[in-house]
Write a protein that binds this ligand. Structure first.
Ligand SMILES: [Zn+2]
Ligand SMILES: [Zn+2]
Length: 171
């Protein structure tokens, strides 16, 4: 039998659950850390979570402009970058370096290093939850006396053959 580990972002699923969970966790986490999840920060997080494809800052700016007064009142880029920085610092989003884009973290309350599988065709991205990669890196670092701090592991390839991945819009 062909047994394959399931990665939810590569499987068909009800994505509105992912968005609901992410917002719920974000509110709880911010409350715990006594930091403020302002309406803009929450809106940015919701857009980042629109699907499992990392979202670039430029696309995010466009979406915000459209959502806020049909583009009449633009949110200034530094404001958006600050919101993204805040979300990143809280562990609510990860920056995908190779795509220069952001994606939501599905376990923000657990501190972890993040490793990703990125589909080169549709850019759907899955965060891995295995600790084996970190262990290997730390072991190798130890052997050389290198002090490892942050890991950036992004593996590009093709997601498993399956019925088309459906992206749910946030509306
Ligand atoms: Zn989802
Ligand atoms: Zn994460």
């Amino acid at each position: 039998m062909n047994k394959r580990a399931k990665i939810s972002s590569f499987e068909q699923h009800n994505h509105s659950h992912c968005i609901d969970n992410a917002l719920h966790e974000a509110r709880q986490l911010c409350q715990k850390k006594a930091v403020k999840l302002t309406p803009l920060r929450e809106q940015v997080l919701t857009f980042v979570w629109q699907n499992h494809k990392p979202l670039g800052a430029y696309a995010l700016l466009e979406m915000l402009a459209e959502a806020n007064n049909n583009g009449k009142r633009r949110v200034a880029p530094p404001t958006v970058y600050r919101a993204l920085y805040f979300l990143q610092e809280c562990g609510l989003v990860h920056r995908i370096a190779s795509l220069n884009a952001y994606m939501g973290c599905c376990r923000p309350s657990q501190s972890h290093q993040s490793h990703f599988f990125i589909c080169r065709q549709c850019s759907a991205t899955a965060e891995l939850t295995s600790t084996a990669i970190s262990q290997t890196i730390n072991q190798a670092a130890k052997q050389t006396g290198f002090s490892a701090e942050t890991e950036c592991v992004e593996v590009v390839g093709l997601l498993p053959a399956m019925p088309k991945l459906t992206a749910t819009s946030p509306q």
